[in-house]
Design a protein around this ligand. Structure first.
Ligand code: GTP
Length: 594
């Protein structure tokens, strides 16, 4: 145990986290040059393109220093607030973190929340000044910033270039010398923290864990504390570029477990693995991750509903946080109501459906859940605006509120408070952590935070704000359903639940926005917003002056058909609703009103 080091890398996007990880793997001989595909850790296509690590992974290296061989486990962490719980569990599996800062860019606070999480978990922070090879590098200034940020000594900062391979050995030495070995009782009851899982279509789910106490051996009868499920540890091992089976994984180490688990849902990040005989308690901090955002997913071609179902089932096998059930929409036909961790998760699911399963889908207006109390004394949990009872049947509505914590620099406090108040937030507390670092606490409706709040916050604080929130409970709110009618027909998939005070303004701007988004057609389209029976706004999309077929003189049917085909190709993610064609963007318009 004294020769194990568990650590992660914290970095602002593009500061060189993946490149540095590659160099560490290369330097320690974990992968050789031939195997070294750039950025080996980002193995999902999508991750590579988006430049974010969606799922955390772990990889083990061996490093020899002064005749002693050390086991270094590098644990990767995702960097977006949608996945903050996964990040917190990855960090809980480490004793140290490399803080990588681009010497030409300086400290940028986008991942500052991860840094604070790491400090909050008592991790040892090793500051690394990366990209010192760049002509624009400003090592002195950026070192000052780092010292101010984490309060380290200047000489603790390692100067490196992940690209040129400078400073790599020094970083590895620092990992060994500065990060403490794991603590725990090797002879105690087994307690292993699950911080990730990987889907393997042949072997079932691979569970990635960090042993906190005790030892896990091949063949052990184990139990997952939160789910209560029992398994046989068919295979345990360590993670290098490939999995390497072992007889046992010791206290303090990181490993994987295969036990024929087919459904990702059975494996919950944050859960504890223990022995069936002589079980231990759960490791603190487990949370059942709940979906926050709900939206409908529909095939563009109604005939593809069954294919979509199959794709959703497959997707769910390796995405435990995705939940769904069938739903029908008057406008869109058969589809699914899905629950997501946040908007990024929604986008990822949509993109994976399109890329991995070749589906073209329409996602409807996202919403949080609401509790509706009816005049009959019933309590209804509503996930879709279309499920909302008629206003006359509603006694009152409750919406979920969250406690929000924002850490930022003093200069951004004013704009952030303004933003939060626009979002119906109430400030609860304001604390100066240092002369320049402020912690703000708010209570705010979840509906105001899940959609674009994080992006807005980043913009107004130029990245110097971290965001964290947790559910605070249900509060009564004056919510109304805002319906959209196209040529007189209500399009259920375009309805949204909004606060009454905002409804008129929203209705007006939504109609304007839809006017821009709906392509002109052969006839006029009336766009109306209504609350109940009452129309509150109207816009008109004028008819096209020329139609494509007008070009065809005479009755040349093949030419007509060709033209129509051509039009159809340009139709991606359009949905025919009644007589009107509605593009995907229209369903998201309600989120882009401010
Ligand atoms: P994300 O995966 O998007 O979060 O970014 P990252 O932090 O992993 O950064 P990545 O390793 O992808 O590096 C971003 C860019 O910086 C790439 O083009 C790298 O080649 C480049 N880069 C990384 N390290 C260095 C360095 O030490 N010097 C120079 N000049 N470029 C570097």
């Amino acid at each position: 145990m004294k020769n194990i080091r568990n650590f992660c890398i914290i970095a602002h996007i593009d500061h060189g986290k993946s490149t540095l990880a590659d160099r560490l793997l290369e330097w320690t001989g974990t992968v050789d040059k031939r195997q070294m595909q750039d950025q080996v850790l980002d193995d999902m296509d999508l991750e590579r393109e988006r430049g974010i690590t969606i799922k955390s992974h772990a990889i083990q290296m061996k490093y020899t220093y002064e005749g002693e061989t050390y086991t270094l486990n590098l644990i990767d962490t995702p960097g977006h607030v949608d996945f903050s719980y996964e990040v917190s569990r990855s960090i809980a599996a480490c004793e140290g973190a490399l803080l990588v800062v681009d010497a030409s860019q300086g400290v940028e606070a986008q991942t500052i929340s991860n840094l604070y999480l790491a400090i909050g978990n008592d991790l040892t922070i090793i500051p690394v000044l990366n990209k010192i090879d760049l002509p624009g590098a400003m090592p002195e200034e950026v070192s000052d910033q780092i010292v101010e940020l984490i309060g380290c000594k200047r000489e603790d900062i390692i100067r490196a270039s992940a690209k040129e391979g400078i400073g790599i050995d020094e970083i590895l030495k620092a990992v060994v010398m500065r990060i403490p070995p794991p603590q725990g009782d090797p002879n105690g009851k087994l307690q292993a923290l699950i911080f990730d899982s990987v889907f393997n279509s042949f072997r079932g789910i691979e569970v990635i864990f960090r042993v906190k106490n005790g030892t896990i051996r091949k063949g052990d009868k184990v139990k997952f504390v939160a789910t209560g499920k029992e398994y046989i540890a068919d295979e345990v091992g360590i993670l290098k570029l490939q999995k390497e089976p072992r007889e046992q994984i010791e206290c303090g180490d990181v490993g994987y477990l295969i036990s024929g688990i087919k459904q990702a849902r059975e494996v919950k990040v944050g859960d504890t693995i223990t022995h069936v005989q002589n079980p231990a308690e759960a490791i603190k901090g487990f949370e059942d991750v709940k979906p926050m955002v709900f939206a409908g997913i529909y095939p563009v071609e109604t005939s593809e509903f069954e294919d979509l179902r199959e794709a959703m089932e497959k997707l769910q096998l390796n995405d435990a946080s995705l939940v769904w059930e069938p739903e029908t929409s008057a406008a869109l036909g058969f589809g699914f109501r899905c629950g997501f961790l946040g908007m990024l998760h929604l986008e990822i699911v949509q993109e994976r459906l399109e890329r991995e399963f070749d589906m073209t889908v329409i996602t409807t207006v996202p919403s949080v859940q609401f509790k509706v109390y009816t005049t009959k004394g019933e309590e209804k949990l509503i996930q879709a605006p279309s499920d909302m009872p008629e206003p006359v049947h509603i006694e009152y509505i409750e919406e979920p509120f969250v406690k929000v914590q924002i850490i930022t620099k003093a200069e951004y406090v004013g704009p952030i408070i303004t933003l939060c108040m626009e979002k119906r937030g109430v400030i609860k507390n304001q604390v100066y952590l240092t002369t320049d670092r402020v912690e703000l606490s708010f209570e705010m409706p979840l509906a105001e935070i899940v959609f674009d709040f994080f992006d807005k916050l980043k913009t107004i604080s130029r990245g110097y704000a971290s965001l964290d929130y947790e559910l605070a409970g249900w509060r009564e709110s004056d919510m109304v359903k805002l319906d959209i009618m196209l040529n007189g027909d209500t399009v259920d998939a375009l309805s949204a639940i909004v606060h009454r005070k905002k409804a008129y303004e929203w209705g007006k701007r939504l109609c304007e926005k839809l006017k821009d988004l709906l392509p002109r057609q052969q006839f006029e389209i009336a766009i109306q917003a209504a609350i109940g029976q009452k129309v509150i706004a109207r816009e008109t999309v004028k008819a096209l002056r020329k139609n494509v077929l007008a070009k065809c003189y005479g009755g040349d049917i093949t030419r007509k058909r060709k033209l129509l085909e051509k039009q159809k190709k340009g139709k991606k993610r359009m949905r025919q609703i009644g007589t009107v064609e509605v593009p995907q963007e229209a369903f998201m318009a309600v989120l882009k009103l401010e």
